[in-house]
Write a protein that binds this ligand. Structure first.
Ligand code: NAD
Ligand code: UD1
Length: 338
């Protein structure tokens, strides 16, 4: 199958590109390089031993998308492209609505005009808002607590309306929980510019000595050790979930929302301890105030992914942490050589 990945040079897109290529698909990448670099393209080619078709461009450029859909005879699209930082979305909501919502509209126009109706969309557990019960299943009420979350919710709702308008559409919204980890080769992983917002990349920078210590945002949550609990999922498991979703759309019409998580919650202290075990040294950390907007506990009910997609996360927390460390060291040794 010929599959277009928008935002395909990003963290999740690049891992999915590897998985889909290894499964025998032809992967075509579109990215505007706003949060990635051409270096990733070289690494993807080194990793798979295959050349990738890559177009530098913006998902809001509808004529470009239409041309790509036709030129590469695209069968399915996985839509990763977008902005994803919650804090930044509060400061720049218009940029978020433009990149995410306008980007999705542009893609839908191009797909509709080209008669390409299979779409997998990168959604997020953020669409569940403050959990009313746990684990979070796909019928849990949805809401948004910040502009980033609202873009995901708007897009999901838009996709549901679009799929009702024409029975040809086959759409899966994959609601990711907390993607972490890196490819075992050490060639690709999460490499945010500036100071990371998310826990795992922050831990990796502390471990490498680039940042002095980890701030643990609150130890007074109603959890066993007082720190907040999340459902961390290895990015390679997540990538395989996309392969399963694409296969699923061969036989399923309509709109579907499916969680991608492990179903297991882990606290911040547990993450620190597991990372310390992986690197064989202690991580400097201190407890600070809670971060505004954080929920205490969030983890997925994963039954739907298993029954509908036949997919289940396989990799454990040790593997998530050790792969991050391996990737981090690979970056450092490469930088030293460069
Ligand atoms: P990422 O920033 O690493 O990847 C996104 C890619 O899209 C980048 O390469 C960026 O350059 C590109 N891009 C951004 N705007 C674009 C545009 N207008 N046109 C073309 N390319 C554009 O992020 P990621 O972690 O790989 O996330 C991928 C998707 O998954 C995003 O939609 C994100 O909201 C969603 N998601 C991510 C997480 C997470 O924790 N990483 C969790 C839930 C959902
Ligand atoms: C965050 C986003 C969420 C998004 C997800 C993608 C917020 C409020 N939520 O989720 O919308 O879908 O990323 O991965 O930004 N922590 C620390 N110290 C740190 C960083 C984090 O203690 O330096 C804690 C947080 O309080 C949280 C946990 O670690 O309890 C995980 O945080 P993070 O990795 O930022 O993910 P989420 O907040 O779950």
């Amino acid at each position: 199958m010929n599959i277009l990945l928008t935002g395909g040079l990003g963290y999740i897109g690049s891992h999915t590109a590897v998985t889909l290529t290894e499964a025998g698909h032809k992967v075509i990448l579109l990215d505007n390089l706003s949060n990635s670099s051409l270096d990733v393209l070289e690494r993807l080619q080194a990793l798979t031993g295959k050349p990738f078709a890559f177009i530098e461009g913006d998902v809001r450029d509808t004529p470009l998308l239409s041309k790509m859909l036709a030129d590469y005879r695209i069968d399915s699209v996985v839509h990763f492209a977008g902005l994803k930082a919650v804090g930044e979305s509060l400061e720049k909501p218009v940029e978020y609505f433009s990149n995410n919502v306008q980007g999705a509209i542009s893609l839908l126009q191009a797909m509709n005009d080209s008669g390409v109706y299979k779409l997998v969309f990168s959604s997020s557990a953020t669409v569940y808002g403050e959990p009313e019960y746990l684990p979070l299943d796909e019928v849990h009420p949805t809401s948004a607590t910040n502009p980033y979350g609202r873009t995901k919710l708007h897009i999901e709702e838009m996709l549901e309306d679009v799929s009702s308008s024409n029975s040809e559409w086959r759409i899966v919204c994959l609601r990711y929980f907390n993607p972490v980890g890196a490819h075992p080769s050490g060639l690709i992983g999460e490499d945010p510019s500036g100071i990371p917002n998310n826990l795992m990349p922050y831990i990796a920078r502390v471990a490498s000595g680039a940042l002095p210590e980890l701030n643990i945002f609150g130890d007074d949550y109603p959890t066993e050790d007082g720190t907040a609990i999340r459902d961390y999922i290895h990015v390679c498991d997540l990538a395989e979930g996309h392969g399963a979703a694409i296969n699923y759309l061969d036989n399923q019409k309509g709109w579907h929302a499916i969680n991608l998580g492990t179903g297991q919650g882990h606290s911040v202290f547990e993450m620190v301890r597991t990372f310390e075990k992986a690197i064989g040294q202690s991580l400097p950390h201190r407890v600070t105030a809670r971060r505004a907007g954080d929920v205490a506990v969030c983890y997925a009910k994963t039954d739907k992914a298993y029954t509908e997609l036949g997919w289940k996360a396989q990799r454990d927390l040790d593997e998530m942490c050790s792969s991050v460390w391996y990737f981090q060291n690979f970056q450092i040794s490469k930088d030293k050589v460069a």
